[in-house]
Design a protein around this ligand. Structure first.
Ligand SMILES: [Fe+2]
Length: 271
């Protein structure tokens, strides 16, 4: 039986670097967020609807991402329904959080937030995480087995080249692209509309951070977007107007071509 993950949202992720403090300060400036040292020596970057843990590790790595479930009953029922979970201590989740390890060796953590301060600043909610993978069929099987629902497939011939999965009505909270190497691909902040994309792009201009891709409109998800690179080359996306899909809506299929990833023009092709 498929575990009942729905509805769950991305709450935070951990983004590692050999130089964690400068990376944390970069994200603090990028987003206008509070940066603080955590008791375990890692860094927290916290803003309105977004939290990032920055730790010491390989450049551009994302060792885990963390989904927030509805309440203690949802978390307990979900844990009973999955196999091979392990207790997991995240500085941002209450007791009872646990993790599973995906076929690429990345952890996905499930939990409930600790009491959190309301944060000020511009709205941009951490909304999805995407990875590139050498094992796309295994990754799809794993994430589907957690109760994520497929929203879109991208096919090259009969071979799957990307898959987008949702854990609530938002088009995807996770996606995976076929690639020659497994690595994190990007994470994304969802804004309140197209004018926010203008304002965030203006902020990038003031910070002298060049846009790396976009603005454009994705086919899968139909969202407006642009991306920038952090100091390790990990991509960060700002998005608006991401499509909503009911739980029982069947997935669609797109061809593996640039237009799929950007209806307005050229695209970042991972394979
Ligand atoms: Fe994205």
């Amino acid at each position: 039986m498929i575990p009942d993950l729905w509805p769950a949202r991305l709450h935070h992720l951990r983004r590692d670097s050999p130089k964690p403090e400068p990376l944390a300060r970069f994200y603090g400036e990028l987003l206008g967020d509070r940066v603080e040292r955590l008791p375990d020596g890692n860094w927290l970057v916290a803003g309105r609807g977004r939290r990032l843990v920055v730790g010491n590790g390989a450049a551009a790595s994302v060792p885990y991402f963390a989904l927030q479930l509805q309440d203690a009953a949802h978390l307990a029922a979900f844990r009973r329904a999955v196999k091979k979970s392990e207790d997991f201590s995240s500085p941002l989740f209450a007791e009872g959080a646990f993790a599973l390890t995906d076929p690429d060796g990345r952890r996905i953590v499930f939990g409930l937030p600790r009491n959190e301060n309301a944060e000020n600043g511009p709205v941009a909610r951490l909304q999805h995480f995407v990875c590139a993978t050498q094992r796309l069929p295994e990754m799809l099987e794993f994430y589907r087995g957690l109760g994520m629902v497929e929203s879109d497939h991208v096919l090259e011939g009969k071979a799957l080249s990307a898959v987008f999965l949702r854990s609530d009505p938002e088009h995807h909270s996770f996606a995976a692209f076929r690639a020659p190497e497994s690595r994190p691909d990007h994470h994304c902040y969802e804004t309140t509309g197209w004018l926010d994309i203008r304002d965030w792009a203006d902020r990038m201009g003031r910070l002298r951070i060049p846009l790396w891709w976009g603005p454009g409109r994705h086919g899968p998800g139909n969202n407006l977007f642009f991306m920038i690179e952090d100091p390790d080359g990990h991509k960060v996306e700002f998005s608006a107007e991401l499509e909503l899909m009911p739980r029982d809506m069947a997935h669609r299929t797109w061809p593996h071509e640039q237009r799929t990833l950007n209806l307005w023009g050229s695209a970042w092709m991972r394979s």
